[in-house]
Design a protein around this ligand. Structure first.
Ligand SMILES: CC(C)(COP(=O)(O)OP(=O)(O)OC[C@H]1O[C@@H](n2cnc3c(N)ncnc32)[C@H](O)[C@@H]1OP(=O)(O)O)[C@@H](O)C(=O)NCCC(=O)NCCS
Length: 178
């Protein structure tokens, strides 16, 4: 358990319901707007495909859990084809990030910890970049910018952002260095 009272673990097939909760939270990030229902999120292909069939080969996910084991946040990466792109699609070999933290747990570092961990796992998987789409008014954008994402394309209200990942160091290099 980390200092913040939560720990991180790999997302499994059993987490699909929680990932869907976090997807619904991400869709409804702006409390001033009429909320989109969970059913609607799962019917609309543009949102459903972020969790459909989880986990698909190539998916990567991390869940933050409180001491009792209940999930409090999640970040996950999924590759999309150009025939079925996510909102933040850049190319077929750059996975797109989705993330969310339960309201009571926000502002306590869980989001940053999830992002750091998923980026590290993406490096280990050999990805060179990760991408995302964020609406400009969402404070999540501050987190992404602080962690090294830069804007590669801007729409009227949202940005597509990319984080260039460090090169993977293979084990023999690491062993040699230590
Ligand atoms: C975005 C989200 C995942 C961040 O998770 P979190 O656990 O609250 O984030 P952290 O506590 O690690 O904060 C990281 C940074 O986010 C920003 N941030 C977090 N809460 C903020 C707030 N209420 N106002 C402004 N900035 C805020 C800050 O830059 C913060 O860094 P700092 O603490 O150094 O100032 C969370 O707010 C969330 O689930 N939002 C709804 C879903 C969503 O919008 N998902 C992203 C869709 S693109």
């Amino acid at each position: 358990m980390g200092e913040g009272g939560y720990s991180l673990r790999t997302a499994t097939a059993d987490d699909v319901g929680f990932l869907t909760d976090m997807l619904v939270a991400a869709v409804n990030w702006d409390p001033a707007r009429e909320a989109v229902s969970r059913d609607r999120v799962l019917v609309d292909r543009r949102t459903a495909h972020y969790v459909e069939g989880w986990p698909r080969p190539g998916d990567l996910g991390v869940v933050a859990v409180e001491p009792g084991g209940s999930p409090v946040g999640a970040a996950w990466l999924r590759l999309f084809g150009s025939d079925d792109p996510g909102y933040g699609f850049v190319s077929e070999d750059i996975p797109e990030l989705s993330m969310g933290v339960l309201p009571l747990w926000r502002g306590r570092g869980v989001g940053r910890a999830l992002l750091t961990e998923i980026a590290q796992r993406a490096v280990e998987r050999g990805f060179a970049r990760i991408c995302l789409s964020v609406e400009r008014a969402n404070h999540a954008r501050r987190l992404y910018t602080a962690e090294g994402f830069t804007t590669v394309e801007s729409g009227p209200d949202s940005d597509t952002m990319v984080m260039v990942l460090p090169e993977r160091r293979d084990r023999s290099c690491r062993d040699h260095a230590s």
